[in-house]
Design a protein around this ligand. Structure first.
Ligand SMILES: Cc1ncc(COP(=O)(O)O)c(C=O)c1O
Length: 387
């Protein structure tokens, strides 16, 4: 059983070339040992380095994670919840987390729905609204969940080109929204551009679009924005607009592998979407979220590390004279002047993992922030890679 689990991780894990090489090597040399022994963290790490984080020696800068997480406050709660893992998640814990989230956003807890990462609830949203008409979205956005519904034949994505500056083109999006639109979806800040649409601009446009169709604002990275309060679309929900905001513990909170996300919406919308979310949120995830949600020491530390790393990257890009978009996230999208997939390969050859090409943006590379020493490794490799 334990062996099957680790093998499944190996067979389905995806990563850059360097990472792939490492996992293949781990399979052939260590599979037997794991098959015979217990499934401990130590042999799991040998069998599949990815299971416990980045493979040794690889600077993992491709997935917008925060390696400084989870917070100790989250880990303590996970340990406790794991010790009670025989039991289904207590309703009281779910209610406590909803109450904490609601208090921060100034709404009642019935405005909150929970899921395993925001990806799950965004998929549930896409399945709910996709059949009503096209999902109007920027051409470049985090489209995984809209594609999930599209792949099931339950949604069409109507992509609106970005502006010349790679901003979300809100006027064109507005022009595309009609009474037969299923939903509107956008990310603020956007992924992979990292760009923020300012609060006064986005709120006015979202309010107008929401008069015609539900608007989903994916705020996965908004805690990293310079002015979270001034940027979020949550106030629109309080004003009664048909808006759904999604958030996650995967980014600033460093809990991508723990899986915890949520939405904020009108109570009837939150209840409708909660009823079609597929999984029952694990007690360990809920406990971790409760433990760290108000852990401002961790939050501030993480944000400071991300900003420090971002400044290292932009300083390097400035030195090299390379164009980049001003990011308010834990990643930077820059124009290397080289094929993005070639840059990814050249970085992988140096044990650095960055994202490959998006759509036809063939000269643009997205690099995520990570441990400072890993970002430093990227900064030192970049001049050679783009030479
Ligand atoms: C913009 C955006 N939204 C949502 C997600 C989903 O993250 P999770 O399911 O871990 O909350 C991601 C993941 O990278 C993302 O970039």
């Amino acid at each position: 059983m334990a062996f099957d689990l680790s093998r499944r991780f190996l067979l389905t894990g995806s990563a850059g070339a360097a990472v792939a090489g490492l996992t293949a090597c781990a399979t052939s040399t260590n599979g037997e040992a794991v098959a015979q022994g217990a499934f401990t963290p130590e042999n799991a790490a040998v069998e599949n380095p990815y299971l416990l984080g980045a493979p040794q020696g690889v600077a993992l800068l491709s997935r917008n994670e925060n390696p400084y997480g989870p917070a100790q406050s989250a880990k303590d709660m996970i340990a406790y919840a794991a010790s009670k893992g025989a039991y289904y998640t207590a309703q009281g814990a779910t209610e406590e987390l909803k109450a904490m989230i609601a208090a921060r956003h100034g709404v009642t807890p019935d405005h909150i729905a929970l899921s395993t990462g925001s990806g799950e609830i965004l998929s549930a949203i896409a399945l709910t609204y996709g059949p009503n008409g096209p999902i109007v979205a920027p051409r470049l956005f985090w489209d995984t969940t809209a594609l999930y519904a599209a792949n099931l034949g339950m949604a069409d994505i109507q992509r609106i080109p970005l502006t010349a500056d790679m901003e979300i083109d809100l006027p064109s999006m507005e022009a595309a929204v009609t009474e037969s639109t299923g939903a509107v979806q956008l990310c603020n800040p956007n992924n992979p551009t990292g760009l923020v649409t300012p609060g006064n601009t986005i709120r006015a446009a979202v309010a107008r679009m929401a008069a015609k169709a539900p608007v989903i604002v994916d705020e996965a990275y908004i805690e990293l924005a310079d002015d979270e309060e001034g940027t979020t679309c949550v106030p629109l929900i309080k004003e009664g607009h048909d808006v759904i905001v999604t958030r996650t513990f995967s980014k600033l909170y460093g809990m991508a592998g723990i899986r915890m996300g949520y939405l904020i919406a009108a109570p009837e919308t939150a209840a409708k979407i909660q009823s079609v979310v597929m999984s029952w949120t694990p007690s360990t995830s809920i406990a971790a979220a409760i433990g760290s949600y108000n852990d401002m020491e961790f939050v501030n530390y993480s944000k400071a590390k991300i900003v420090e790393a971002r400044e290292m990257v932009t300083t390097t890009l400035d030195t090299l004279g390379l164009e980049y978009l001003p990011s308010q996230t834990n990643f930077v999208y820059f124009k290397s002047g080289k094929e993005a997939n070639a840059v990814q390969q050249a970085m992988a050859d140096r044990m650095i993992s960055v994202r490959g090409q998006y759509m036809d943006y063939n000269e643009w590379t997205r690099v995520s922030m990570g441990f400072i020493e890993d970002v430093d490794k990227f900064c030192r490799a970049l001049p050679e890679v783009v030479a």
